[in-house]
Design a protein around this ligand. Structure first.
Ligand code: DX5
Ligand code: ZN
Length: 216
């Protein structure tokens, strides 16, 4: 299992130090919110740029913004390795994939809880990962929406049936219990923020999550 730690619940006054605490993550997850696509504002590409020197770990930018295509170049040039945009955003999906690929970055598409999983099927062979939201995007620390686990299973079966390498990432409300549910349904990457950063032994929490095995 791969673990992507969301820094949304970090102490931003010491973000560089917080990043050192999650050094055994596989990926560092940055939640970008514009106040339009989601009812919250977070931070921009300059934050990624300023902490890039603290770690060699891959950075993923989860763009919860209305027009992601306008920001891809900025995130690509600020140390992102993976750029994730929302299927429900206003930008053209194929153009956004093309723009991310132009900068040699990995492409992810995220879907909100109310979006049908079938809507992503036609893009699967063009992208590296699908991020299934298991909370409404906008805030950390929310409760996992159980009904979303079925989506993971349907997507995994489709990926296997087509013989694709597309990975499934699950984002929102991941903890000791829900991590087991989603891995049993076929998740390859777990995004977790509150659970990891709020734990007493961050290193161990991450390494325990990494021990889980993807099923299906
Ligand atoms: C929600 C974000 C998530 C969030 C995860 O809008 O996309 O990445 O930070 O945080 P927890 O693990 O607290 O649900
Ligand atoms: Zn996220």
């Amino acid at each position: 299992m791969k673990v992507s730690t969301s820094i949304l619940s970090c102490d931003f006054s010491i973000l560089g130090k917080e990043i050192l605490k999650i050094r055994n993550s596989d990926i560092i997850h940055f939640d970008i919110m514009d106040g339009y696509f989601v009812p919250n504002i977070s931070f921009g590409h300059d934050v990624l740029k300023s902490v890039r020197k603290y770690t060699d770990l891959p950075f993923e930018a989860h763009l919860m913004v209305k027009e992601p295509i306008n920001f891809i170049e900025k995130f690509a040039n600020s140390g992102s390795d993976i750029i994730i945009f929302h299927l429900e955003s206003n930008s053209d999906v194929l153009e956004s994939i093309k723009e991310i690929t132009k900068f040699n970055k990995k492409v992810g598409i995220s879907i909100k809880p109310n979006t049908n999983i079938e809507k992503i099927f036609k893009y699967l062979n063009l992208i590296d990962l699908v991020t299934i939201m298991t909370v409404e995007p906008g805030f950390g620390g929310q409760k996992f929406i159980n009904s979303q686990s079925e989506k993971i299973k349907i997507l995994k079966e489709k990926i296997n049936f087509e013989g694709l390498k597309t990975l499934i990432e699950v984002d929102g409300g991941i903890n000791e219990q829900t991590s087991k549910i989603v891995t049993q349904n076929g998740a390859d990457i777990l995004v977790a923020g509150t659970y990891i950063l709020g734990s007493e032994n961050i290193y161990k929490t991450i390494s325990d999550l990494k021990k889980l095995k993807t099923c299906i």
